[in-house]
Ligand binder design. Structure first.
Ligand code: NI
Length: 254
């Protein structure tokens, strides 16, 4: 039983074979999926998928990349959409300083605003954070995001930062990068953290694990990620699946 905590099956990369790709993931042992919205459109699509496929739930929210045109009306729409039972989290939200756009002040404002909404709705958050560790930590603290908890998905920082998030009760999302030859930093994080702080994810269609690196990623490749985590932590794959599954249920409530 594998829990996929971060996938984007609404992505156009799956337009030709969505049903088959999801079926293959289920055959590979994945039985729960959080389909994560990145835009308003993606949030609506995630809820639709969650109604269509068994074992699916939806995260709704707007990724930092798409915050420049966000409005209070959109926040009202997210709030309204959250009334749907399929919704288990607010995300993905956060900060991405890899690119110069949108302006950092804009990203920070909407990150804080969406954390406030998550607290109001008592839903955990799924956080995207790239090249922005300090500001992410600062906003998570100042907005009291630990009240609802969440996951720092596709974790890309070192052990010290991972520990600070884990100390606040946040989970660390580990995906395909942990299987990469040049994924040493993430391997070290996986080794240092207790397995109780780790969630498994693919972020598909992006970042396929070895031996599928470079191809379209899909949840059916999660066993490669689990195997690597198990090896790093000296656990069996069954133990790794079971504990990370329980972690995800603890966070998402189902
Ligand atoms: Ni994502």
């Amino acid at each position: 039983m594998i829990y996929e905590t971060h996938t984007h099956f609404d992505d156009k990369a799956f337009d030709d074979d969505r049903d088959e790709a999801i079926k293959r993931a289920m055959e590979a042992g994945v039985c729960r999926f959080v389909n994560v919205g990145a835009s308003m459109e993606g949030s609506y699509a995630s809820v639709e998928l969650a109604h269509k496929y068994p074992g699916f739930s939806a995260a709704i929210g707007v990724h930092p990349e798409y915050t420049s045109k966000l409005s209070e009306e959109d926040m009202k729409a997210v709030k309204k959409l959250s009334e749907d039972d399929a919704v288990t989290a607010i995300g993905e939200i956060g900060l991405d300083y890899y690119w110069d756009e949108p302006d950092r002040a804009v990203q920070k404002e909407w990150f804080a605003r969406q954390i406030a909404l998550a607290r109001e709705l008592k839903l955990p958050i799924i956080v995207h954070s790239r090249d922005a560790a300090k500001d992410t930590l600062d906003i998570i603290k100042s907005e009291k995001a630990a009240d609802v908890g969440g996951v720092i998905h596709c974790f890309s920082y070192g052990i010290e930062i991972a520990q600070q998030f884990a100390d606040m009760g946040f989970f660390i999302g580990i995906g395909g990068v942990v299987t990469f030859k040049n994924g040493r930093k993430l391997k070290e994080v996986a080794k240092a953290l207790p397995i109780e702080s780790i969630l498994t994810e693919t972020d598909s269609p992006y970042l396929a694990p070895v031996p599928k690196r470079g191809k379209r990623n899909s949840s059916e490749y999660l066993p490669y990620i689990i195997e690597e985590i198990a090896t790093i932590k000296g656990l069996t794959t069954e133990e790794t699946e079971r504990i990370t599954f329980e972690n995800a249920v603890r966070l998402f409530g189902k």
